[in-house]
Write a protein that binds this ligand. Structure first.
Ligand code: ATP
Length: 406
């Protein structure tokens, strides 16, 4: 609060009775001059006080108006994209409209690009939303210790070896990379049909290395969190830094890193921004310590070459549907805890399930168990597997998603 300026001292007039009339006149003149000077100072002070009063009245009016708006209207959620000398560029969620609006004084210190704000109909910022938004929690799956191990993954020995070399080694043997003098690989891209174990591989590495597993699905970023993609990508890497050692798993990366098209819709611009953020996070990776990235896609052909540039993903690993031996192994894994009759021949079942994905084989095992339960038995027989096979192949399973999941 500003202090009032001190008042000038009041001039005094001392007239000696012995003064001659001319001396008396000179003294009076001098006193008059002093009084005028004091008057001038007081007038200046009064002007300044009036001006300050006006400023405070304006401020009160503005606050009252802001208060009124807050009380009367519902607010929209937007992201503060850019803060300039002219104000803030805010982007409203849902319609992606970008508007330049005034930055209220109370937010000048705290508001940063990327923060979420509440805006009214006239796009003026009414509130700053909590940084730890629910979107972050919704968009990411965080698992401190996933329970998938390498033993749970069947038929992917070669892929597992590659993933372990590129993701596990740099986490557990960082020193060795330093001694040899090479930059540790920052991540791998797994590509192949749905349900073949890509997520499992990433989870198994996290389990083995005691790393936090943080998953984000590219498709959700584009569909559910419109307008927030770039910010969520930044959050994802920030969260990984807070929780290192960490494995970032970006599923369906094609949704944000598809080849650029010529169309210029706002949706495309949004996807582009998300991808640019992802590329810049990946490029700044080396200094990030114990964070490794695993991305997965079913649409390798659609990926933008920029994401495949050397230095971004050190290895591109194909995860195909399992071969006959792999199918046998996956069936064994998924029946490990089941009471399966000795007569059941997994190699024979494997021959009957050509073109099945791991997810479909897992579903087949569960369905066989269901048939045994329906029949009030505790042991699962070949007949149950045959029935399950019939059920699972009833529909089209070529997309890798088990029919029984529908
Ligand atoms: P999507 O591309 O659809 O995300 P994905 O390749 O990541 O699929 P996962 O999520 O890893 O597939 O697999 C789904 C489920 O299928 C697993 O939880 C597991 O039960 C089973 N499964 C898939 N592949 C394998 C495998 N190689 N070994 C054992 N189980 C598997």
């Amino acid at each position: 609060m500003s202090r009032s300026p001190s008042l000038p001292e009041r001039p005094r007039l001392d007239l000696d009775p012995d003064m001659s009339p001319s001396e008396r006149l000179a003294a009076l003149r001098e006193h008059h001059e002093q009084l005028r000077e004091v008057n001038r100072t007081l007038e200046e002070q009064l002007d300044a006080a009036r001006q300050r009063h006006q400023e405070l009245t304006d401020e009160v009016d503005k606050l009252e108006r802001e208060n009124e708006t807050l009380k009367t209207s519902s607010l929209y959620v937007a992201t503060a994209e850019e803060i300039t000398d002219d104000g803030v560029v805010v982007k409203q969620h849902g319609n992606n409209q970008e508007v330049l609006t005034e930055l209220p004084t109370k937010y000048t210190e705290s508001l940063e690009p990327g923060d979420r704000v509440a805006i009214n109909d006239s796009f003026s910022i009414q509130d700053e939303l909590d940084a730890e938004t629910d979107a972050r929690a919704q968009a990411m799956e965080v698992d401190d210790s996933p329970d998938v191990t390498y033993e749970d993954v069947g038929g992917l020995d070669e892929q597992m070896r590659e993933v372990r070399e590129a993701v596990e080694e740099p986490l557990v043997n960082a020193d060795q990379f330093e001694k040899v003098g090479i930059d540790p690989p920052s991540g791998v891209l797994l590509h192949g049909p749905p349900g073949t174990g890509k997520t499992m591989l990433a989870k198994a590495v996290a389990n083995q290395t005691d790393a936090t597993f943080i998953k984000m699905a590219g498709s959700e970023l584009v569909r559910k969190f419109i307008g927030e993609g770039a910010r969520l990508v930044r959050d994802l890497f920030e969260l990984a830094a807070e929780r290192e050692p960490a494995i970032i798993f970006i599923d369906e990366i094609d949704a944000i890193a598809a080849k650029r098209t010529d169309s210029k819709t706002s949706g495309d611009a949004e996807v582009q921004r998300t991808m640019m953020q992802l590329l810049s996070e990946m490029d700044g990776f080396e200094d990030r310590g114990e964070i490794r990235m695993v991305a997965a896609t079913n649409r390798f052909d659609m990926l933008d070459r920029a994401i495949l540039r050397p230095g971004r993903f050190d290895r591109l690993i194909e995860v195909p549907k399992p071969d006959s031996e792999g199918r046998t192994r996956i069936l064994e894994i998924h029946t490990r805890d089941m009471n399966v009759a000795d007569e059941v021949d997994f190699a024979a079942l494997s021959a009957e399930t050509e073109d099945f994905s791991g997810a479909e084989l897992a579903s087949l095992a569960t369905e066989a168990g269901m048939f045994a339960i329906r029949d009030d038995r505790t042991e699962v027989t070949t007949a149950d597997f045959e029935d399950a096979l019939e059920k699972v192949t009833e529909g089209d399973h070529t997309d890798g998603v088990p029919v029984a999941f529908y």
